[in-house]
Design a protein around this ligand. Structure first.
Ligand code: ATP
Ligand code: MG
Length: 328
């Protein structure tokens, strides 16, 4: 195997997703075949096909039947399989440290309990769209080994009086009885859908019920809520969380890392001035930056080139900017 491939393999293991590792492994097999190392290539291929699914976390064995809504028996939660959890995030150091602290405290929960202490376990993630709030919840589940169970607001919200509350109670009871990372994604949707119905009494009752359930939650897992809004959320709700984490827009440094990470399964031209390109993406979300890098990679593959160049990235950037302008 040549040095470039070895370096790329290490880079991908360090920062890529398991899909990236797969792509690169297949390139290595091709390379071995091309060099006439048929036996090695075959053995490597066999290893790839015999690949085991990722090990489940310490709690996945405890999976019990997930709760359903009373009237329609529709599932109130959806469990994301461990091998589908994305967990590679690019964050400013200060934010990364706070994520890491939650994971460290969880890992040390038995030691903390001996001193009467509890790990931070009620987490609120907020920030602009596309910057990694949902990804952050997946990463917390991955790193703690907890199964990620996402609340389905579509089935939770019932038009029948009092039923939403019963459903919410079922969700929290289930989380209490079987440790998991209970994920209330876009939790502001609770407030929004209630406002649309203009049922102020119901809004207050459900918000209060949610506050109470958060406060009473004594489970061994995590409760993670995510929202785009920081002002519209009830300030009492903010107080109920023991970690309120802003997931910010990426800065120049993070944009550079996002571009390089996304492009890590590909070769990139030497001499790309990453910081300059990143500066041109100032104010964009992580999701937009990843899209630009993916589009640049696709373009270079379609053009039959093996290496992504600065022009590919700039082209993809211009395309996104033009699309945004057209929408304004
Ligand atoms: N900090 C980040 N690190 C790595 N990838 C990121 C980051 N932020 C965004 N992305 C990329 O953008 C995609 C979308 O991110 P995600 O869904 O977590 O955003 P979000 O904050 O939950 O957005 P929304 O408010 O719209 O729900 C991710 O799958 C990932 O590819
Ligand atoms: Mg999200």
């Amino acid at each position: 195997m040549n040095a470039t491939l070895i370096k790329r393999l290490f880079r991908v293991i360090q920062s890529g997703t398991s899909a990236d590792v797969d792509v690169l492994c297949r390139r290595i097999v091709d390379e071995e075949k091309k060099q006439g190392h048929g036996r090695v290539a075959k053995e490597l291929e066999q290893i790839l096909t015999a690949k085991q699914p990722p090990k489940s976390g310490p709690h996945t064995g405890t999976l019990q039947r997930l709760p359903t809504s009373r009237r329609e028996s529709a599932p109130l939660m959806q469990e994301i399989p461990v091998d589908k959890l994305r967990h590679h995030m690019v964050l400013p150091d200060s934010v990364e440290r706070r994520f890491h602290r939650i994971e460290k405290e969880f890992a040390a929960r038995t030691r903390l309990a001996k001193h009467g202490l509890k790990p931070r376990h009620r987490i609120l993630l907020y920030g602009p769209p596309g910057c990694g709030k949902s990804l952050g919840a997946e990463r917390l589940a991955w790193n703690t080994g907890l199964p990620l169970r996402k609340v389905r607001f579509d089935t939770l919200m019932s038009s029948y009086f009092g039923e939403t509350m019963t459903n919410l109670r079922r969700v929290f009871d289930a989380a209490q009885n079987s440790p998991c990372a209970l994920f209330l994604d876009e939790c502001d949707s609770l407030a929004r859908s209630r406002t649309e119905r203009n049922d102020v009494g119901e809004i207050t009752r459900i918000t209060n019920a949610l506050l109470e359930m958060l406060e009473d939650y004594k489970g061994d897992g995590l409760v993670i809520a995510a929202t785009n809004l920081d002002s519209a959320l009830d300030s009492a709700l903010f107080r109920r969380f023991d970690e309120v984490l802003k997931v910010p827009l990426p800065g120049t440094e993070e944009i550079c890392r996002l571009l390089k990470t996304t492009l890590s399964p590909m070769e990139t031209d030497a001499g790309i001035v990453w910081r300059e390109i990143a500066r041109a993406m100032d104010g964009m979300s992580g999701s937009e930056v990843v899209h630009i890098a993916q589009n640049a990679a696709k373009h270079s593959v379609l053009e039959g080139r093996r290496s992504v160049g600065e022009a590919d990235i700039r082209r993809a950037l211009t395309e996104i900017l033009e699309r945004q302008q057209a929408q304004e």
